[in-house]
Write a protein that binds this ligand. Sequence first.
Ligand SMILES: *Cc1c(COP(=O)(O)O)cnc(C)c1O
Length: 372
Amino acid sequence: MRIETLAVHAGHTIDPGTGAVTPPIHLSTTFEREADGSYPRGYLYIRNRNPNRDALEQCLAALEGGQGAAAFSSGSAATMSVFQALSPGDHLLASVDVYYGTARLLQEMFVPWGIEVTFVDMTDPGQVEQALRPNTRLFWVETPSNPLLKITDIARIAQIAHQAGARCVCDNTWASPILQRPLDLGADLVVHATTKYLGGHGDVLGGAVICKEEDDFFQRIRQIQISGGAVPSPFDCWLVLRGIRTLPYRMRAHAENALKVAKFLHQHAQVEAVHYPGLPEHPGHAIATRQMRLYGGMASFQVRGGRERAMEVAAKVRLFIRATSLGGPESLIEHRASIEGPGTRTPENLLRLSIGLEHPDDLIEDLAQALG
Ligand SMILES: *Cc1c(COP(=O)(O)O)cnc(C)c1O
């Protein structure tokens, strides 16, 4: 089945008790056992399994083309579960421009716990090969990256990982399975912040890990999910599954609008640089064209005149909302360096855009008046 059809149907069944077409939300924390102590319907206790979480996990696995999925209460909890499945003494390679929260998790929690981490430029396979150690167990890829939209060749990096006897994980939050399927390209695991495009409406926090194969490593992630309990509520699962139904069409509109906005910014005299992989000038354009269906809804640009001018532009927008996060129907603008704080690698004149589902001409007009 094609992905548009999967987005509508995967994880959905008609409720056997009532015939309800839209799934009910199962709030029960506990489930009845038979007289002999068995629980033939498969449910025992909400932390272990819940029908809404099952449905969401089935759908996510189908969308990514994986064997299984584990849903978490946030993208960060999903990310943590992968690191927790490693053992102290293991070495991990991550992109230099990995999501800021992921870099902080590694530095503040997992390095003290005994994980060795090297941050490398994943767009340069030579650098990746040089950073390998005998104990390298995991590669953490994120493409397009935040906030410079760098493109990593997933197939190439997965190949290097496998030659080194390591696993390749891809944080696919920014592309979503509609635009990019890392498991098809050779990755072993996919991580999502479902908070973003999958939920799609800015009203639910969630995450997931999807595996190509339900191997021992994934069983550890499952164990961490169930025993650790950082699981999403039934209602949160229901919201994400509901959001996914329109995901293929939302992603098309996000990407179409973002390309128009990027082209507008690219020719604007007040703009020093535009970072959007859909522009032929972007250094990752050829790889993005190969591994993505469309170029996504995220873009960033650098304003001429430095930090002050960038802040001024962000202050003058009327339609874009000044806020962090991404993937919702409304367009957002963010001065990334100030949210990331001291030690940020982000250029001070950079503004990041999450392009929403408004009419692209309204977005362009707003940026035009703000740039002056
Ligand atoms: C938001 C985000 C996360 C973290 O997800 P939360 O749900 O906020 O914990 C991880 N990776 C990427 C790429 C993100 O954009």
